[in-house]
Design a protein around this ligand. Structure first.
Ligand code: IPE
Ligand code: IPE
Ligand code: MG
Length: 280
């Protein structure tokens, strides 16, 4: 948080929003569905790939700002297991952009002490993409600041299938398949996000009110923030506004607010009270 305030100019808009945030209640983990690149391009009569190209800079801004805020983790949805349905030229363009991003951003990741981890079924990606991802993962593996998960060929359901299969494989290897117990902790430990807190805040750009197979397990109690802004237009200001909005939410996790717990007239209903009609 301090780091972000140091790079902002006192009095300007982002500085004002950032300084109004409560540093003790920042989300530990933010997840973002970066959507709307195609529509951004269409609005300008550009080919779709230009929208994806325009989406690279907001990635840099968001990654840098989250690191400066001191978040533990940021998870970005870059390519879903369903995105293979798109035309081949668009998909190939996306791999080119990803490689460009990795090469350009490595120095920034190092400077900001960010560890990059690609999550998803990486084995199905083109060999060159796998090699470059692996290289950036290795180079940033010792960084201890923020963890940046890039979800690539990612699906929430395939992640759960992979987790369960990993549990089965381990149990088989250890020869205790019969004794294998499935627990929530066990599943969480075998997800790609093992060891990380669940996202506190899930942002989706471009106004779509759906999850699109993203982090199905981990977002059980995430606060949702959907904005009509298309991803290429997403700014640091809007990220800070989303966090400010998050801080105004009341997270109950199925429990009650303090005032409701302290309700003075709490009673246990007796049989005749159960049967009596409600007054009014
Ligand atoms: C999100 O933008 C990026 C990826 C899915 C790779 P879209 O390409 O889905 O953009 P729209 O939804 O068509 O506008
Ligand atoms: C979700 O966006 C995937 C990514 C942002 C990478 P999509 O554009 O693929 O989602 P749908 O098809 O609108 O649900
Ligand atoms: Mg889309």
């Amino acid at each position: 948080m301090k780091e972000l305030l140091q790079v902002l100019t006192p009095g300007e808009r982002d500085w004002r929003i950032a300084s109004s945030l409560d540093p003790k209640r920042l989300p530990a983990h933010i997840a973002i569905i970066m959507d709307g690149n195609g529509r951004w391009a269409r609005q300008r009569n550009y080919p779709r790939i230009m929208g994806h190209k325009a989406g690279v800079d907001p990635v840099r801004t968001v990654v840098e700002t989250c690191a400066q805020l001191g978040l533990e983790a940021l998870t970005l949805y870059a390519f879903s297991v369903e995105n293979w349905k798109r035309p081949r030229h668009e998909i190939e363009g996306l791999w080119r952009l990803l490689r460009f991003y990795l090469r350009r951003e490595l120095p920034n990741l190092m400077r900001n002490d960010i560890q990059l981890v690609a999550i998803g079924r990486l084995e199905s990606l083109p060999a060159q993409v796998q090699t470059e991802l692996q290289s950036v993962m290795n180079k940033t593996a010792q960084n201890r600041g923020m963890r940046l998960n890039l979800a690539i060929n990612y699906g929430g359901r395939t992640e759960l299938v992979d987790a369960v299969n990993a549990m089965l494989d381990n149990a088989r290897l250890e020869g205790n398949l019969d004794a294998l117990e499935i627990t929530q902790e066990g599943i969480a430990e075998h997800l790609y996000t093992a060891g990380l807190k669940d996202p506190d805040l899930l942002i989706r750009t471009s106004g779509e009110m759906r999850i699109s197979n993203f982090l199905l397990w981990q977002i059980a109690y995430a606060e949702l923030y959907v904005t009509d802004t298309l991803w290429p237009d997403f700014t640091r200001t809007e990220l800070l506004e989303a966090i400010s909005n998050y801080q105004q939410r009341e997270r109950r996790f199925g429990g009650l607010t303090r005032s409701a717990v302290l309700e003075p007239a709490a009673i246990v209903l007796e049989q005749e009270q159960l049967e009596a009609p409600l007054a009014g």
